[in-house]
Design a protein around this ligand. Structure first.
Ligand SMILES: [Zn+2]
Length: 389
């Protein structure tokens, strides 16, 4: 009898271990997809130009997934070897802390089942992350710092202007170190406490998206139920973030929140991953007028790589959205906002970033504007907005 119990228990332990090994990959393989394709067209001229660029991308959710970023994977879109192969110099990594199960771009409740809780359990994250959004943000930041500490010549976390300058000169000297900037997708990770802004700053976060898929204490989401504006708490949080020289990202905020933040501060703002409503009408994108207003205040708009943002998820489709943006707000306000590893399907992973350079040349965008859009603008933005410490 006792032997049978031991047998059952050890089988259970083995099954659980097998599930823990297999489940994260199974989940990610269903969410972070790349469209099957032959290698995208690439002229020798595009390749040479791409290798000469400082490429930077405003949004990847890679810290959410259970992978060692130093090891090349066939899952998802981003890891350090693939960033290096795609000649990406700076990648913003955004920590997601709550995301409704069955989310859509139209309307999501702030209550209900949360996918990140399930993901935290499935990936065996530490118990402190099971119930706390704040702890989930810290855990994802820790993972990135730990990766950089294990291979500082491959990955460097950038938290101020001098670190960014250091990275740029390392790369100019021929090193392929990737710079990582930490962002947070939804300030519900504060759990209603302004004093946590200091703690998130200490953890290395420099970009804070005010909302994600649902309304939070700071204000309405673009995909929430209220479409409300910035709340009093939201205004206090914006003030505290700006006092810390943290950068505000409005990629998932309601149009009223975008208007309220623009009215509240004259600091430059980010729309890290999005598309232009006039180019690709849909609930994920904000109006051209508001995009113009963000740009007029010195803001930067990251063009997404997935269907809801640009309608045609291909290198040509990305180039068409970028061209539209250049005509609408000027080349100096456009950047890349792939949303790699953000549970979206993209036309390529980080290795094929040069396909965008090729498509931009084909679309007739000038080399100097390609240099800006592919990363020059984001580097300049960070050099002007990161803390000076
Ligand atoms: Zn997002």
């Amino acid at each position: 009898m006792q032997r049978r119990l031991v047998l059952i228990l050890s089988s259970l332990v083995l099954l659980t271990a097998a599930a823990a090994l297999w489940l994260p990959g199974w989940i990610e393989n269903r969410l972070n997809l790349t469209i099957a394709h032959q290698p995208w067209p690439m002229s020798p001229q595009a390749q040479i130009l791409h290798q000469s660029l400082v490429v930077a991308d405003l949004h990847a959710d890679t810290t959410l997934w259970d992978r060692d970023l130093l090891v090349r994977s066939d899952r998802g879109h981003v890891d350090v070897p693939r960033l290096r192969e795609g000649n990406i110099a700076v990648q913003v990594f955004s920590a997601v802390t709550r995301s409704p199960v069955g989310q859509d771009y139209h309307s999501n409740s702030s209550e209900g089942l949360d996918a990140i809780t399930l993901l935290a359990l499935a990936q065996a994250w530490p118990p402190r992350t099971w119930t706390s959004l704040y702890q989930r943000a810290l855990f994802q930041a820790d993972k990135l710092h730990d990766t950089a500490a294990r291979a500082p010549e491959q990955l460097q976390v950038i938290t101020d202007r001098s670190e960014l300058r250091q990275l740029l000169s390392r790369r100019q000297a021929g090193m392929r170190t990737v710079g990582a900037v930490l962002g947070i997708e939804g300030a519900h990770a504060l759990e209603g406490r302004l004093d946590r802004i200091d703690d998130l700053y200490q953890a290395g976060f420099r970009i804070v998206g005010l909302q994600h898929f649902f309304d939070n204490r700071l204000g309405g989401s673009l995909h929430g139920e209220s479409r409300g504006g910035l709340t009093d708490f939201g205004r206090q949080a914006v003030d505290a973030l700006l006092a810390r020289d943290m950068i505000i990202d409005l990629a998932h905020s309601s149009e009223q929140v975008v208007r309220d933040v623009l009215a509240h501060t004259d600091r430059p703002l980010l729309i890290s991953h999005s598309g232009f409503y006039g180019h690709c009408p849909g609930p994920r994108n904000i109006s051209d007028d508001l995009m113009r207003a963000v740009a007029a205040q010195g803001g930067l708009i990251g063009v997404g790589f997935w269907e809801a943002a640009i309608c045609d998820p291909s290198p040509d489709g990305i180039a068409a959205a970028i061209r539209y943006g250049i005509q609408l707000v000027g080349a100096e306000h456009i950047a890349l906002g792939s949303d790699f590893d953000g549970a979206v399907t993209t036309p390529f992973d980080a290795t094929e970033m040069a396909a965008v350079t090729h498509a931009l040349i084909e679309a007739g965008v000038s080399h100097s504007n390609i240099r800006r859009v592919m990363g020059g603008n984001l580097i300049e933005f960070l050099l002007n907005t990161l803390p000076t410490v």
